[in-house]
Design a protein. Structure first.
Ligand code: GLY
Length: 585
């Protein structure tokens, strides 16, 4: 009834609405939707669960799995494989990622790490040339840029341990999409045209994603991916073994051997998924669960929330200068710590103190509320260029209360742009997420330290932040985003919009965002932040820079326990929140 969920925190009007309904003595159904018609953005409302992803066909695949009685993990795995077909820039078999799963039964939340690992032959100076400089071409656009892919192991692991349907059933929609072909949508045509110069350099990739004359497919073209369909079919038949030991492994090893790549049969056979304890935090009465290292996402999300909890943000006003100043200073300090302390926890000890309230209180005291702290005063820095971030996130919620928040990636859009001949999928360029030379920036301008140096069988540091929010022990929000380093700050602002400003999940997703990452000492902002506010922030000493790209693309679901509210970020056309049809009585 008049239940307070994250969608219902805009107190007064909703409360009034509830009181009016109650006072009218009309019997109120148990699940009366709580909608505020003053909102400018509205979530898709479902009664039997929700699937949100960056590509509509994939979301529909997930919703159909829920309708057939599959649980959230079944649907998420189906979406993960479907996106490998319908969103080739980020959906993948050749990459890796992180999945957060909340299981209603037993009230457990697990973090599944299927991040890529460095091949055994990798070493600290892999990308350092004879001139002592990092060879960015080698680190980003060669076969050596690929870490051992984790996606197939991760998705099959999740299904085996937490799903309920057979792998072949969950893979069937992706196989059909690849075999029968998908109509190229306008966003896909746009993305392929943008990537064409890179895709042309790999004969296999050009064959898979470009027209025979080398031009990019146009909107309305049919994109059939028969090699990918065969690969998916092999996985459906033989599970992860097909990819890591069988025919697909052979194709990967052949591709590597022919192009000076490092991944061997032993690297593939050795690949292991790791289940980890999520990073847990608390914020204004909510519990927060997010991805632990080797992602930096959870640690810094919790760290930033801890610092922000010391101020009454709602009183400052949403996106006011006073509010944004605090956000910027908190981001600056978190990203400075990221560069120093974060790395693969199987190789380095990440200080537990980073997520402690006491540490946050100490950092809060270093923040001058009237002016910017130069990043050079927080730690030494470099000037760094910005590059294109990619990755994709999806969230799934079933009516039993199981929730999945998954972010996976090839790193860049289309990864290295190199496809495995005969196998139909692209290789990641995740090795660039290591610090090729501690102190040298990666493609996102992120500075890494020794903790993230390359080593054999190590996982590169990530920013991916699949996250969940809990209230009174119940999940109320699942979210996450693509965007490299901006992932963490996009997720942070989405949570703040929900918790501090009482926005519904669609409103929370649509608000203009900012991003600061310590170095370079610039604050990127989207359009929609008031010019007066920008002026005030400049006056405080911040270097405000209009962002050349959107700052994240969240795919979120909120629930009040009775209904499911899906929000596909408006920052990329083509995504969708799809609610399964409730089963007929
Ligand atoms: N490759 C981007 C990330 O892992 O954060």
């Amino acid at each position: 009834m008049c239940k307070a969920g994250p969608n219902a925190r805009r107190g007064d009007f909703r409360l009034l609405l509830c009181l009016v309904v109650l006072a009218s003595a009309v019997p109120v159904p148990a699940a009366t939707p709580i909608i505020d018609y003053r909102d400018r953005f509205h979530p898709v409302v479902g009664e039997a669960g929700m699937v949100v992803s960056q590509e509509a066909l994939a979301s529909a695949v997930g919703a159909r799995i829920l309708e057939r009685g599959g649980n959230a993990v079944d649907a998420a795995v189906a979406v993960g494989f479907a996106l490998a077909v319908t969103l080739p820039q980020a959906g993948n078999l050749g990459g890796g990622g992180f999945m957060l799963v909340h299981l209603a039964e037993g009230d457990r939340t697990v973090a599944i790490d299927y991040r890529e690992v460095a091949p055994r032959a990798a070493h600290r100076d892999l990308f350092v040339g004879d001139d002592g400089e990092v060879d960015t071409q080698l680190a980003r656009f060669s076969h050596r840029a690929a870490g051992v892919p984790g996606t197939v192991a991760g998705l099959t692991h999740a299904l085996e341990h937490y799903g309920s349907l057979p792998l072949a059933e969950v893979l069937a929609p992706a196989i059909a999409l690849a075999e029968e072909g998908i109509e190229v949508t306008r966003p896909l045509a746009f993305s392929l045209a943008h990537a064409r110069p890179r895709l042309r350099r790999s004969a296999a990739a050009a064959g898979y994603y470009l027209r025979p004359d080398g031009s990019a497919p146009q909107e309305g073209d049919l994109l059939r991916q028969s090699d990918l369909a065969r690969t998916l079919g092999r996985i459906a038949a033989d599970g992860r073994a097909a990819f890591y030991e069988g025919g697909i492994a052979e194709l990967i090893v052949t591709e590597m051997a022919a192009h000076d790549g490092l991944i061997t049969a032993a690297d593939l056979a050795d690949y292991r998924v790791v289940e980890r304890e999520p990073v847990w935090g608390s914020y204004r009465g909510y519990r927060v669960a997010a991805m632990p290292p080797p992602s930096s996402g959870g640690v810094h999300l919790v760290q930033m929330l801890n610092i922000l909890e010391g101020w009454e943000l709602a009183e400052l006003g949403h996106n006011s200068a006073a509010y944004l100043h605090r956000l910027i200073e908190v981001m600056r300090r978190a990203y400075a710590d990221r560069s120093r302390y974060l790395g693969d926890p199987d190789f380095v000890a990440v200080p537990a103190e980073l997520t402690a309230k006491a540490y946050a209180a100490r950092l809060r005291k270093t923040i001058d509320l009237r002016r910017a702290t130069p990043s050079s005063a927080v730690a030494p820095g470099l000037e760094i260029p910005e590059e294109s971030p990619q990755t994709t996130h999806f969230s799934v919620w079933d009516r039993q209360g199981n929730v999945v928040s998954n972010t996976y990636t090839l790193n860049f859009s289309y990864g290295s742009g190199i496809a495995v001949a005969g196998a139909g999928f692209l290789l990641n360029n995740e090795m660039d997420d290591f610090s090729a030379q501690p102190g040298a920036p990666n493609a996102y301008g992120l500075l890494g330290g020794e903790a993230n140096a390359i080593a054999p069988r190590k996982r590169p540091l990530s920013s991916m932040t699949p996250a969940m929010l809990f209230k009174d022990g119940q999940p109320v929000l699942a979210t996450g985003s693509p965007g490299g380093p901006v992932i963490i700050t996009a997720v942070l602002q989405t949570l703040l919009n929900v918790v501090d400003f009482g926005m519904n999940v669609a409103e929370a997703s649509a608000q203009p965002r900012i991003h600061h990452q310590w170095q370079p000492d610039e604050v990127y902002h989207e359009s929609g932040v008031s010019p007066d506010t920008l002026q005030l922030l400049r006056g405080m000493g911040h270097h405000m820079v209009p962002s050349r790209r959107v700052l994240g693309r969240t795919q979120s679901i909120a629930s009040d326990g009775a209904r499911y509210y899906g929000a596909n970020d408006t920052r990329w056309p083509g995504g969708a929140a799809v609610a399964p049809e409730p089963a007929s009585p």
